[in-house]
Design a protein around this ligand. Structure first.
Ligand code: GCO
Ligand code: MG
Length: 402
């Protein structure tokens, strides 16, 4: 029997921070798992180093489900982003190892492909509607079939999702930036902004929009109704999802499809949303929802209720995560869409990936395992840099959901 002989936590910042776990077995096989939690990276790194690595050494890398149960139930303190991201890193690395040992890509371990590639959505944005329209045109020219559209709300410098420069990185400052937000201005602006996108480009592509947890259920219902004639693919995170009941009210108000779950860590966070069909898309990810083993469980539950998948895939999820996501996406029957923000060339100096973007879809590598390599020498050239996500404030100065 092979055993786990090493587990190393690699922190690197090639353009942005990433935490990666590299597990090595007595047969000399290595596997990678993403452990990046944007703005709280070092908490997961410490959890891994101080509490999980000592438990891994000497264990059987083949027993993935048992390892998951051991780390989850064995902690006694369940769930939470730090714990679940750390467990995800171990789980993902073990799937990578199992694939390499079997000589199979992870999608074959998961039962084989239900489709060749996973349709992705790209992020079009602009400081004004005119800039957004140019950006939508760019994504259409690149062959994207699904496009998320966000624009700066006039008078609200804290609008979510607007790119400054080549890549959107909201965790940009060494201490949190405080951004001003006006719900009233946003609600007046968003329907006409997305309306102009449909007016210019028509309906032959999927249009998505992220509200980023900023509304009440009443406001979200009103916005969803205003979006109905624009036939969105989804309206994402209309309200903070801690209160799962609020989605009942949104549902009663509108038929605009709802997506939620990028901040979820476990199946318990989405159980009510899925089983009551209060959402249409579940956005949980490999890295923040307990790895391939647990996300697959969430996706299977969702399938029973005709809820489709739409995993989070911002650049703070590393190429290891993205690769794992694409392997899982191509296997599940209820796949919807995969978020994709291309990583920077600097990030790819550290992470060598095998997935390919063609015609608006990502195709997984057929190499054994996940098909991602981490160049440790390159990683060492980019030390950790403290970076925080912004904090939102209403125009009266009080804190709002960012
Ligand atoms: C998305 C997300 C991200 C998050 C980011 C936080 O839909 O892609 O909302 O942009 O804000 O991942 O770290
Ligand atoms: Mg989002």
């Amino acid at each position: 029997m092979a055993t786990i002989t090493g587990a190393k936590v690699i922190i690197t910042s090639p353009g942005r921070n990433f935490v990666t776990l590299k597990i090595t077995t007595s047969d000399g096989v290595t596997g990678l798992g993403d452990a990046t939690l944007n703005g709280r990276e070092l908490a997961v790194a410490a959890y891994l180093r101080d509490h999980l690595v000592p438990l891994l050494i000497g264990r059987d890398p083949d027993r993935i489900e048992d390892m998951w149960q051991y780390l989850y139930k064995g902690a006694y303190w369940r769930r939470g982003p730090v714990t679940m991201t750390a467990i995800a890193a171990v789980d993902t690395a073990l799937w990578d190892i199992k694939g390499k040992v079997a000589g199979m890509p992870v999608y074959d371990l998961l039962g084989g492909r239900a489709r060749d590639g996973a349709m992705v959505y790209g992020h079009a944005s602009g400081g004004s509607v005119a800039e957004l329209l140019d950006d939508v045109a760019r994504f259409r020219d690149l062959g994207y079939r699904a496009i998320r559209a966000q624009a700066a709300v006039p008078g609200s410098p804290g609008s979510y999702g607007v790119r400054h420069g080549a890549i959107y990185e909201p965790a940009a400052t060494a201490l949190p930036e405080e951004q001003l937000w006006s719900t009233e201005d946003y609600l007046d602006f968003a329907p006409s902004c997305l309306g102009q996108v449909r007016e210019k480009f028509g309906f032959d592509f999927h249009l998505l929009h992220d509200v980023h947890h900023r509304l009440t259920p009443t406001e979200a219902g009103r916005l969803g109704r205003a979006f109905e004639e624009l036939r969105l693919f989804w309206m994402e995170d209309p309200t903070p999802a801690e209160l799962q009941e609020s989605f009942r009210q949104i549902r009663r108000a509108t038929t605009t499809p709802i997506a939620v779950g990028e901040v979820f860590n476990s199946i318990w966070d989405c159980q009510q949303l899925i089983t009551e069909r209060l959402i249409d898309y579940i956005r949980a990810s490999v890295v923040h929802a307990g790895g391939i083993t647990h996300l697959r469980r969430i996706f299977h539950l969702a399938e029973l209720y005709q809820v489709r998948t739409g995993s989070h895939g911002a650049t703070d999820l590393s190429p290891v995560s993205l690769s794992a996501a694409v392997h899982l996406d191509v296997t599940v029957p209820n796949f919807g869409v995969q978020e994709y923000m291309a990583h920077s060339p600097l990030t790819h100096e550290v992470f060598r990936t095998g997935y390919e973007l063609r015609d608006g879809a990502l195709y997984p590598s057929s190499a054994p395992g996940l098909g991602v390599e981490l160049d440790e020498e390159a990683a060492a050239r980019f030390p950790y840099e403290p970076k925080y996500l912004p904090v939102g404030r209403r125009t009266d100065g009080s804190v709002h959901d960012w």
